[in-house]
Ligand binder design. Structure first.
Ligand code: FAD
Length: 406
């Protein structure tokens, strides 16, 4: 069976689904398909994350991340309310546990304030104890607007609305190449047979650079997969955490550091760390995709990153292999946590874009091509920001779609 659409979106993660929704809202008559290689939606990053609705604290003022997180937050919370999805605005504390973290905590407060995050408050240790009685700190910050949600449930709701508006979800179709087929038509090659589309939007997450290359683009970065591993806190010790307890992140990295998160189902998780994954969808410590690993090892940017941060990388690997070391890192936040409080949890793999210069790209990155838009970097807080990212992408795609309507 051959299909023809106005727009084909690659990837049924939260960004692809939100983009589908925003296309339908802005252009109601458009035929849109979301093409997904797995047999279900939300199979990768969207279904394996911390479930935090980020407030917009961490991001450089003026960046896409800052703007889209703040507006995406409002859109997501409104969507959850409208569709009756489990979520809770429970707030979080960020705790500085060492003198040398104080400047970074103050910088976070400045950034958050500049970004318009409401209600931020620097806290003394006794203030922190009132919110999180078991957290240790020398200073803290309360972020009351942070929330929790289950992003798989959000993605399922996006998919339901998308399909109810006539959108087509094509599962088990891996996109393997895209070629121009006339001035305003593309042939999208995928398992199960090619489809035709007038425009393509690539939201391929861990494979977004690959999809871009297979479409004839030269992305300025490569996706390097970083696995984030979690432990679950033993239920009877879950009372050590009321809501969310975060460390002050190392400003050199886009990762937030292992933290405690209460999930919407009431369970408490600790993590995620950030270790190099040996496969883009490598959820286990021993998952290896030799060709993908080779690809990472051949990338010049990777070795520049390693030269700069090999010590941090080794530390993360050690914590990944040793529960004792993982528990030690967590004890900085909650001194009462013991190794035996940690039960095996899941893992997620972050699609993190790395430049040739060895720098981890901090902001969201979107690249335009002929009748195409490629989302090349959509790491955290892209789940929080998904509807705003979708609207942003549709704004860019409008240059293509507007041309059809002239
Ligand atoms: C450990 C971890 C914790 C996180 N915590 C948070 C958090 O608390 N809050 C937050 O806001 N964000 C968080 N994030 C980030 C967030 O989960 C991601 O930014 C978001 O899910 C990205 O969505 P996506 O749609 O771009 O990618 P994905 O969900 O990975 O979806 C991409 C889809 O594309 C499909 N695909 C790939 N290649 C092809 C192809 N060739 N053909 C067809 N389909 C293809 C894949 O199968 C996949 O389904 C976290 C991420 C991780 C990994």
């Amino acid at each position: 069976m051959s299909f023809s659409f106005d727009v084909a979106v690659v990837g049924a993660g939260i960004v692809g689904l939100a983009t589908g929704l925003k296309l339908q809202e802005k252009y109601p008559g458009l035929s849109v398909a979301i093409v997904e290689k797995e047999g279900a939606i939300a199979a990768h990053q969207t279904g394996h994350n911390s479930g935090v609705i980020h407030s917009g604290l961490y991001y450089r003022p003026g960046s896409l991340k800052a703007g889209l997180c703040l507006s995406g937050y409002d859109m997501l919370v409104a969507f959850c309310r409208e569709h009756g999805l489990r979520h809770e605005i429970c707030g979080k504390v960020v705790v500085a546990t060492r003198e040398e973290e104080l400047p970074a905590l103050e910088e976070l407060h400045r950034r958050g304030t500049a970004n318009g995050v409401p209600g931020l408050r620097l806290l003394s240790p006794s203030d922190v104890k009132e919110i999180e009685p078991h957290a240790a700190c020398i200073r803290g910050m309360h972020v009351p607007s942070t929330g929790i949600v289950d992003y798989r449930e959000v993605a399922e709701a996006y998919a339901r609305v998308f399909q109810s508006r006539g959108g087509m979800l094509l599962l088990r179709r891996k996109v393997t190449g895209v070629k121009a087929d006339g001035p305003s038509s593309l042939r999208v090659f995928c398992t199960g047979g090619p489809i035709s589309a007038r425009a393509l939007i690539n939201c391929g997450g861990l494979y977004s650079d690959r999809v871009a290359e297979d479409s004839g683009m030269k992305p300025p970065c490569r996706i390097v997969p970083f696995r984030g591993e979690y432990y679950r806190i033993r239920p009877e010790r879950g009372t050590l955490v009321k809501n969310l307890i975060y460390p002050v992140p190392d400003p050199r990295f886009p990762f937030l550091g292992v933290h405690f998160t209460r999930m919407v189902d009431g369970k408490v998780e600790a993590g995620p760390n950030a270790v190099l994954a040996f496969a883009r969808e490598g959820y286990g410590k021993t998952s290896i995709a030799p060709l993908e690993l080779l690809e990472t090892l051949r990338y010049d940017g990777f070795w520049r990153l390693v030269r700069r941060y090999w010590k941090n990388g080794m530390g993360e690997m050690a914590r990944s292999c040793s529960k004792v070391l993982f528990a030690k890192a967590l004890r900085r936040l909650i001194p009462e946590i013991q190794k035996d409080d940690l039960l095996p949890g899941g893992a997620g793999v972050r699609a993190q874009a790395l430049g040739h210069d060895g720098k981890l790209l901090d902001d969201f990155v979107v690249m335009e091509g002929e009748n195409m838009v490629h989302v090349l970097n959509a790491p955290s807080p892209a789940a929080t920001s998904s509807l705003a990212i979708g609207a942003h992408i549709v704004g860019i795609a409008g240059k293509i779609i507007g041309g059809w309507q002239e």
